[in-house]
Design a protein around this ligand. Structure first.
Ligand SMILES: Nc1ncnc2c1ncn2[C@@H]1O[C@H](COP(=O)(O)OP(=O)(O)OP(=O)(O)O)[C@@H](O)[C@H]1O
Ligand SMILES: [Mg+2]
Length: 357
């Protein structure tokens, strides 16, 4: 019998390394961001010869390699020297001065942070870092709730480069004048990739992710085109992964254009990537879920109402659906139990949001 010859065996996979399609995966080289990496490196360079570094404000749309490029430069710096300490902080995850200071202590290997005040901990950091030099990268800076740490760093750490990274070019305009004048940063814009650049980047990623020759050329080209139109590399990774999953579910040995088209159909809501793109009501609901994660939808509705929310229950549910579709929350349906059928809504932390597709 040859009936099953062309089918994928149950122990076979189209993936060589599925993790390569996670957004946090770091490829060995980062094509088409050489110039930006060089610019960042030039700001850091004075630190290597005992001088003060330059600060840089980095901005650009989502999914175009800002975080990846910064992490690359910091990794290389770490390889190069012990005298300049790289400190990368995601301000969506660490959004207050206290959380950031504790995180910097963690990075520096100082663990006795319990029950200590922010000022005490900053004194520890200052003491450690002023023996060396430091590069601070504050990513997703627009998610911060306060800026005291930034002022403290600019004032009290002597040899440093501060990198601020965001999607919004005008964010810096609203910064407190005292911080702005101490920052004196240059600006670096990341522009979206064109079609050819997008193709290179996705080709590299598919090479890491798939067994050779399983991704049909026309499927790949379609994904490249969609990704270049959306100007967000994450879409390409999502589409490659989804089309491969669809092909595997059908036991196919090849990922075809048809599979890729099916994957595209699942992405209708992909356009909203940032919580700041949500309208006010949705942001308010997301905030409530963040503070009350893993609660029943009815309980969340009560909290929303108590805070003066004016949507009805049905509209509230629709908002939760939308947040779920855009991966800001996950919803688990439970049946039976003392409450009958209900939905438990969980806040998707930023890293989860970026890797869970
Ligand atoms: N030049 C490139 N080469 C290889 N991979 C890239 C390149 N640019 C982006 N990527 C990949 O695309 C994904 C998104 O990139 P990244 O996380 O750096 O985006 P970002 O600009 O920081 O977006 P956001 O503003 O949403 O944080 C990552 O998986 C990253 O590895
Ligand atoms: Mg980023």
């Amino acid at each position: 019998m040859t009936l099953f010859k062309d089918m994928l065996g149950s122990d076979e996979s189209l993936f060589k390394n599925e993790l390569a399609l996670e957004y946090s995966f770091m490829p060995k080289i980062l094509p088409h961001r050489e110039e930006q990496q060089r610019h960042v490196a030039a700001c850091v360079k004075p630190l290597l010869i005992g001088k003060n570094g330059k600060n840089l404000f980095i901005y650009g749309a989502p999914g175009i390699g800002k975080t990846a490029a910064i992490r690359f430069v910091l990794n290389e710096l770490e390889e190069e020297t012990d005298e300049v300490v790289p400190i990368y902080i995601n301000c969506w995850q660490k959004n207050t001065t206290f959380k950031i200071i504790v995180e910097i202590c963690e990075i520096l290997g100082y663990r006795l942070t319990h029950n200590k005040r922010t000022e005490e901990l900053f004194a520890v950091i200052k003491n450690m870092l002023n023996k060396k030099a430091a590069v601070f990268a504050f990513d997703e800076i627009d998610k911060l709730e306060d800026f005291d740490f930034l002022y403290a760093i600019l004032e009290d750490i002597y040899k440093k480069t501060v990198l601020l990274i965001t999607n919004y070019s005008d964010w810096i305009e609203n910064l407190d004048d005292r911080i702005k004048s101490r920052l004196m940063s240059e600006m670096l814009e990341f522009k979206p990739y064109n079609l050819a650049e997008t193709r290179d980047i996705l080709r590299q990623r598919s090479g890491y992710a798939f067994v050779p020759n399983v991704l049909d050329k026309d499927a790949f080209e379609m994904i490249v085109k969609k990704t270049a139109d959306a100007q967000d590399m994450r879409l390409g990774m999502y589409l490659m992964k989804e089309s491969a999953n669809i092909a595997e579910d059908k036991s196919c040995r090849k990922i075809t254009l048809g599979h890729a088209e099916e994957a595209v159909k699942k992405t209708d809501n992909f356009t909203i990537k940032k919580s700041s793109d949500l309208i006010e009501d949705e942001q308010k609901i997301l905030e409530i879920i963040k503070k009350n994660t893993e609660k029943k939808i009815g309980e969340l509705f009560d909290i929303y109402k108590a805070k003066g929310g004016d949507l009805g229950y049905k509209s509230f549910q629709r908002k939760i659906d939308k947040l779920q579709k855009n991966k800001f929350v996950t919803v688990k349906k439970t049946s039976g139990g003392k409450d009958g059928n209900t939905s438990i809504v969980k806040y998707a932390s930023p890293t989860k949001k970026l890797t869970e597709f």
